[in-house]
Design a protein around this ligand. Structure first.
Ligand SMILES: Nc1ncnc2c1ncn2[C@@H]1O[C@H](COP(=O)(O)OP(=O)(O)OP(=O)(O)O)[C@@H](O)[C@H]1O
Ligand SMILES: [Mg+2]
Length: 458
């Protein structure tokens, strides 16, 4: 169930480096048959000329080169000077240890001579898809580090651009705004952006969580109370709506507001004054009201749990913050933003492995941006290394496309279990395949074969 990466329309450039003409010709024919643009070199000197003058993507490198530069040296050199080039080494039949060493030095794959056309074809195809995958991730990763968004809001998807335009307009009006959206999409951040981009930005922004306070407390918080208004009211207290004083009151989870307070809030908005609990005196207010909810207020109005008149009052301007799954292109830049922030708190600089990033792009994020933020915080807390792998991402992201499960029995196939065990062992040994094979109780050739079967990333 590997993610298929679309192959770009421009053909990839393959360089075949071998002193044997028959190998050069055979490889050239096979590569051209697959749609690659092919270059050949019979020695290291010519190979370097091609690498310098052509934009080579994949190299087929014979480990036994004539002249003073060995295949192993050339491999290391290519890896350090052209790190994006995918190298496949070709070794003699009896030189598996050389192949293993080449893989350790950064070769992507190896072919043992003599190989047949089918082997060559499969290997080249895998290398191409690996190249495309890493290129795609490189593009995503450059985006990852650039600060993109609007104020504190990150994301440049068309949906977010639309949201920013709305925020700019709303910031300059005085009407109430109703902010709708699933949990964790950034509703509070939107409310803050509306306030801090408007003319009242130097006045207070006061968030009130209507969902977490007990009703009597919300009332006294919003409207204030006088001394002795209820048990424990030892001093009079000004209501937040009055304290806002030209600023903004953000009523979070407005859908949870009890109905008597809904009536009182409506009156406060309409008449621009409030009456503190226990008082007969009315206090003028000058507060802009922003409200947010993840509930469907239309339904709440229909079933009578939310007042229609208040709904219309609050709903003068309404916006919906899109869920993350509808703007997946924002995932890399959001992830970069959170990783930067974690790094600033004294930890090491971290990046996502290609596969981890792809898994994150595949996932549906029911908890939206907050879930992404938590996921990365946890991954960084669990992992002391610089690269975050799939295994660090938490169980819901462990299996591909976990948010839209394939019909099945919930166990996964035996092959999946085996693959997971192999990845866990490699993770444990920090990529040391020989040690991993020992841990798993399988031969190292079996492990190499399996990894080859799993495809490009491994
Ligand atoms: N576009 C964004 N850019 C950067 N951070 C974001 C963005 N959207 C959300 N976040 C972050 O995600 C977390 C959740 O955002 P926020 O609290 O605004 O969501 P919410 O919609 O109010 O959620 P809830 O409905 O659960 O209250 C916060 O830490 C916030 O800073
Ligand atoms: Mg919130």
């Amino acid at each position: 169930m590997e993610k298929k990466i679309s192959v770009p329309s421009a053909p990839l450039n393959v360089l075949v480096i071998d002193d044997e003409k028959s190998i050069r010709d055979g490889c050239r024919q096979a590569a051209e048959g697959l749609g690659f643009k092919t270059h050949v070199a019979e020695n290291a000197g010519n190979a370097y000329k091609s690498l310098e003058s052509q934009s080579i993507d994949v190299v087929l490198l014979d480990m036994k080169l004539p002249g003073s530069t060995s295949g192993q040296e050339m491999l290391k050199d290519i890896r350090s000077r052209y790190p994006n080039v995918v190298v496949i080494v070709m070794t003699g039949y009896a030189t598996v240890p050389a192949a293993v060493q080449a893989m350790r030095s950064g070769a992507y794959d190896y072919l043992s001579k003599p190989f047949n056309l089918e082997e060559l074809r499969l290997t080249l195809e895998r290398a191409a898809s690996h190249f495309n995958l890493t290129t795609e991730n490189r593009v995503l990763r450059t985006k990852l580090r650039s600060k993109e968004g609007f104020g504190n809001m990150i994301g440049r998807s068309p949906q977010m651009e639309k949201l920013y335009r709305f925020i700019s307009k709303a910031a300059n009006s005085q009407h109430p705004v109703l902010i709708l959206g699933e949990s964790g999409t950034g509703k509070e951040l939107v409310a803050r952006s509306i306030h801090f981009n408007g003319p009242q930005k130097d006045k207070p922004f006061i968030p009130v969580d209507c969902g977490s306070l007990v009703p009597t407390l919300i009332e006294s918080e919003l409207f204030g109370h006088i001394k002795g208004a209820f048990t424990g009211a030892n001093q009079s207290k000004e209501g937040l709506l009055a304290l806002a004083d030209g600023g903004t009151v953000f009523l979070d989870e407005i859908g949870e507001l009890p109905s008597d307070l809904q009536a009182k809030l409506l009156r406060a908005i309409q008449e621009k004054e409030i009456r503190p609990v226990g008082s007969t005196r009315r206090v003028p207010i000058d507060a802009r009201i922003l409200a947010a909810t993840n509930r469907d207020l239309d339904v709440a109005v229909q079933n009578g749990s939310f007042r229609r008149d208040l709904y219309f009052r609050l709903n003068v301007l309404a916006l919906r913050v899109p869920p993350l799954r509808e703007r997946k292109q924002d995932i890399p830049v959001l992830a970069g933003h959170f990783l930067d922030r974690i790094e600033r708190t004294g930890n090491i600089r971290r990046t996502l492995s290609d596969e981890a990033l792809h898994r994150m792009l595949d996932y549906d994020w029911p908890g939206n941006v907050r879930e992404l933020e938590n996921c990365l915080e946890r991954a960084c807390a669990m992992n002391s290394g610089p690269v975050i792998h799939v295994i660090d991402l938490g169980t819901s992201l462990q299996s591909p496309r976990s948010a839209s499960p394939q019909p099945g029995n919930g166990f996964g196939t035996l092959a999946d279990l085996e693959k997971n065990a192999i990845f866990a062992a490699l993770q444990h040994t920090h990529g040391d395949k020989l040690q991993a094979a020992e841990l798993l109780g399988i031969g190292k050739t079996t492990l190499y074969r399996k990894l080859k079967e799993y495809g490009p990333q491994f």
